[in-house]
Write a protein that binds this ligand. Structure first.
Ligand code: 5AD
Ligand code: SF4
Length: 440
């Protein structure tokens, strides 16, 4: 059977921003008469929405493209979207000549015209819109989960941390108006969504472009939309993390008691070299605000080990920070040099074996801390949103407001529906997940 040229396959790499961008791309393509298919083989147009935050991420895309080189002979077209597209630009065509579309995230609104170009056998690029003041508004968003959905409130980043490619791939910061965010939240509630995740590279740097609400006020307002039971937000930057956010979490029960506040390093010297704009002490002060909240707020973080010049003693400061904060979870990364970033000028002198060792030490230390601390949840009854079922284990999969996975069993006659909220008593605590029984 001949393949319809109006079919597409889309694979997404990277962060939640990319996952949500893909929902917007899918919505746009569908509105242009394309149909999404689940395999490369069935597709006329193969798209990769790429990530370039660390180097393995971009290598993955080029390997994937190389794998499918021969398919191009069958008349399939290929497109590279997202951060690698923005970073490499027309160089993608040199590395993978069979690609016909290269488009960064700020240009997705121009996709309909670009699709016409590539259908006519031309090459199309969308790379120039990063410095625009326009946000990619979500006229056509094909959300994949019917219960929990993302809303981008701010795009881009003006912080220029020394290691980070994001300001170059996603351009300058632009915020939507809080009214348009609230309209979208209300529409989602009308469609039956009960959980909303507000997204931004630095979500709490949000500045209402109409000047009406602060970030904390917007959080509270989304949390008060009838029908919305959970509001999450990610990722927060410590410099812009105000006490008002903690006060909002305390005041509005629908705001989830979880904050992802990446520290990157426990050493003020390294933080300064990273251009993070805060000291260890300032970071710990923000943590103390959360610890003083009436609700127990779960705190998670990102850590980079082996930043250029990080000494053993400075690395140990990161380890002692883990003790001080008692995170609920961390994501650790080995420093990797990125194009255009200021840290490229610093010598990346720490050998990879040493970065591997430091990463293993950080992860092991955190695992120990989580093993000890997680027991505090034993016997508590918490509400979970049901996400699905693990048939092999005969367990339901739930997520707590604190963003912890809580797998649970339910009586034989009870079938909790996906997307519903049920109370679960916690009976076993593992370092990375919890186990419990549904309370009836
Ligand atoms: N090398 C290693 N980790 C990085 N991150 C961002 N850029 C780099 C880099 N060049 C990590 C940071 C950030 C997370 C999304 O990825 O910890 O918070
Ligand atoms: Fe990766 Fe950053 Fe782009 Fe997200 S914004 S896809 S993390 S490079």
């Amino acid at each position: 059977m001949a393949e319809s040229p109006k079919t597409f396959y889309l694979e997404t790499f990277g962060c939640q921003m990319n996952v949500h961008d893909s929902e917007k791309v899918i919505g746009t393509l569908v509105s242009e008469g394309y149909r999404q298919v689940p395999t490369v083989e069935e597709a006329g147009l193969v798209l990769y929405n790429t990530c370039s935050i660390r180097d393995k991420a971009e290598q993955k895309v080029f390997h994937r493209l190389a794998d499918y080189k021969k398919l191009q002979k069958q008349g399939k077209k290929f497109g590279v979207l997202g951060c690698v597209a923005q970073q490499e630009g027309a160089k993608v065509f040199e590395r993978a000549p069979y690609v016909s579309l290269v488009c960064g995230s700020a240009s997705y609104r121009n996709l309909p015209e670009m699709l016409i170009q590539i259908e006519a056998g031309e090459r199309a690029t969308g790379l120039d819109d990063r410095q625009t003041d326009k946000c990619f508004e979500t006229e056509f968003t094909a959300r994949t989960n019917p219960h929990r959905g993302y809303i981008t409130i701010i795009e881009g980043c003006d912080k220029f941390c020394a290691y980070c490619v994001v300001p170059f791939t996603r351009g300058k910061e632009r915020s939507r108006t809080s009214d348009s965010v609230l309209d979208e939240a209300r529409q989602m509630a009308d469609l039956g969504y009960s959980e909303i995740q507000l997204l931004g590279q630095n979500v709490n740097s949000y500045k209402d472009s109409a000047g009406k609400r602060s970030f904390a006020e917007l959080l509270a307002a989304v949390g008060e939309v009838p029908g919305i039971r959970r509001v999450r937000f990610t990722t927060s930057h410590p410099r812009d993390f105000g006490r008002d956010i903690v006060q909002a979490i305390d005041a509005v029960p629908t705001l989830c008691d979880h904050v992802h506040l990446p520290v990157q390093s426990g050493s003020t010297r390294v933080l300064d070299a990273m251009q993070r704009l805060y000291t260890r002490e300032q970071y710990l002060e923000r943590i103390s605000w959360m610890k003083a909240a009436r609700r127990e707020i779960s705190i998670t973080s990102d850590i980079i080990v082996g930043f250029p010049g990080e000494t053993e003693a400075e690395f140990e400061e990161t380890l002692s920070l883990l003790d001080d904060v008692q995170y609920d979870a961390i994501f650790g990364f080995k420093y990797s040099p990125r194009p255009n970033t200021p840290a490229l000028k610093l010598e990346d002198a720490i050998p990879d074996e040493e970065k591997v060792r430091r990463l293993a030490v950080v992860n092991e230390k955190q695992r120990d801390l989580q093993r000890k601390a997680n027991d505090r949840h034993l016997g508590k009854i918490v509400e979970v949103m049901v996400e699905g079922k693990n048939e092999a284990r005969q367990q339901w999969i739930g997520r707590t407001s604190q963003n912890k996975v809580l797998n649970f069993t339910a009586g034989e006659s009870t079938v909790p529906s996906v997307g519903s909220y049920v109370p679960v008593i916690i009976t076993v605590c593992f370092p990375n997940s919890l186990l419990g029984e549904m309370v009836v």
